[in-house]
Write a protein that binds this ligand. Sequence first.
Ligand code: HPA
Length: 281
Amino acid sequence: MIDNKALDAKIDATLARLNSQFGAAPAVAVVLGSGWSGAVSLVEQAQRLSYAELPAFPQPKVEGHVNEIVLGQIGAQRVVMLRGRAHTYESGDCTGMAGALRSLKRWGVKVLLQTNASGSLRPSMPPGSLMLINDHINAPQRSPLVGEPGSERFVDMNQAYDRELLANARQVAAQTGQVLGEGVYCWALGPQFETPAEIRMFAAWGADAVGMSTVPETILARHCGLRVMGLALMTNMAAGLSEEALTHALTLQQAQASGERAAGFLAAVVASLAELPSLQA
Ligand code: HPA
């Protein structure tokens, strides 16, 4: 459960730092999941700041992980990228990104573009495929909003993934020749991979991809009024759908193999947002 009083103090300190270092907020924030970090090199005039300087951001416990924001330009669009997210499987706590996302919202960010690595439930989306997330299934039925006060906690999750942003992403895919699947992302808590029986159940529920992130952040983002879009990079066929044993190394390897193309498409989507009428100040 979020301690809002303590978190608000951290958000105030975070905002002070963001404002003094970078001035006004960019309209677009991107959360970089596994396989997507190549997008950082596509940011022009990049300025970096460690999460350690931002008290409301998740504080890394493992040395050597990159946990930083990168602020700059992609084409005409100013953007802030978040490298490093808190996963529920690390601590059992699904609220880990609350402070970061609320800080971004209060700073003035409008759009949260989420990326992740996923297992595919669809043979038509083999490893290396990209999927536009058009809805999600919260399989663990965990909510970062448990204990939140007020009626805003009853967040409408219809069209949690913004229809205008989805239409725009489809258009960018058509323009750039990027094959873009589309479907439902199912959150599994992890850290163990799913069983084949679980995957059959998720498929019967209507899932197209499965992964261990994204859903808590989408809930938090919708609660605080950020518009959400999500892109999933398929790193493997989900459990039981291929002969291959599932390992973290395999998913990282596939993420790396497709990372450059994924990052290029992400950059094209970010750049296109500079033209989106509803994002003009
Ligand atoms: N399951 C859960 N999370 C994942 C997978 C998967 O198959 N691949 C990449 N992240």
